[in-house]
Design a protein around this ligand. Sequence first.
Ligand SMILES: Nc1nc2c(ncn2[C@@H]2O[C@H](COP(=O)(O)OP(=O)(O)OP(=O)(O)O)[C@@H](O)[C@H]2O)c(=O)[nH]1
Length: 351
Amino acid sequence: MSDRTQPERSTARPTKPADATPAPEVGHGEAPQPEEPVAHAGPVTDGSGSAGGTPFRAGFVAVVGRPNAGKSTLMNALVGEKIAITSSRPETTRRAIRGILTTASGQIVIVDTPGLHRPRTLLGQRLNDVVEAELDGVDVIAVCLPADEPTGPGDRRIVAQAFRHPRARHVALVTKTDRVARGRLPARLVEVDALADWDVIVPVSAVSGDQVDDVRDELIRQLPASPQLYESRTTTDDDLATRCAELVREAMLEDLHDELPHSLAVVVDEITPPEECAERPIARVYASVYVERDSQKGIVIGRGGQSLRRYGTAARREIERLVGGRVHLDLRVKVAREWQSSPKLLDRLGF
Ligand SMILES: Nc1nc2c(ncn2[C@@H]2O[C@H](COP(=O)(O)OP(=O)(O)OP(=O)(O)O)[C@@H](O)[C@H]2O)c(=O)[nH]1
């Protein structure tokens, strides 16, 4: 990324309001031609150019924001596939997850990052470090700011952090627009505009799908001219074991309450492909669920193993959807004492 030439910054800055009123026109400045993502298209292009003489663009877009801002949901909507797990609980994302979207004119490698916040544990600190490391090399930093919440000190910190990387383009994505009445959106856009010198601001609802295509087109427009970085059919660089572990954690987040979710970590120890099963063509996934204390182990298992069965079934269904076949999911619950604050255990759990 760093050695590629950035496209010239657009002089027509589509989203800059001349003053506080009227509200900014967003995301339509250069008359984008919406286009369909190319699923399973042919071989990697040489990047020499796409239709109409416009160069093919490709690069990395880091999606940042505070916990629960809608980053992962938006990435999934852009890629059109569940790449990152999501939940109503803050701090669901714990790694930088790459989702890849390829169209006829560009390829976006979206890096979904953990929500940025003041860390309370060593895990929190490491997650913030992950985000900072990702920001260093990307072409575009997209800051998610929910439409239905006013700008807070956390948002200002994140925006300041994003602008400490001046080589990147800076895009504001005003998320969850379906949650505000249409009439209230302009004021929020003006508020976001006043926060920083954005290259573009795009309002979007990943849940209703409104303006997801505009986000895609704007992000591509911000990327440098470049050959494709991944094959067209690739939608993530995550491995199967990691994705399965995340689906187990997602099912648990949905099922379990209180502070417990923060104490959970899931590691897939082994996956046996269906062809290796003598009796039935069924993949076997062996996973360990780690909690921090003995008392949590009881909660996670539930009376007579009820809870384990409930979210285990939900997770298995999601894994079956992912692999496109039948799956046997074997979950073991283990205690890794205070792992969120232990450097050694964090290393072992992959943080
Ligand atoms: N109504 C509505 N809800 C949304 C939208 N986008 C996300 N959400 C909800 O907001 C919650 C958080 O979404 P995530 O995508 O997990 O948020 P995140 O920013 O990745 O969260 P962290 O992993 O905590 O950093 C979930 O309950 C989503 O369903 C949206 O466009 N509209």
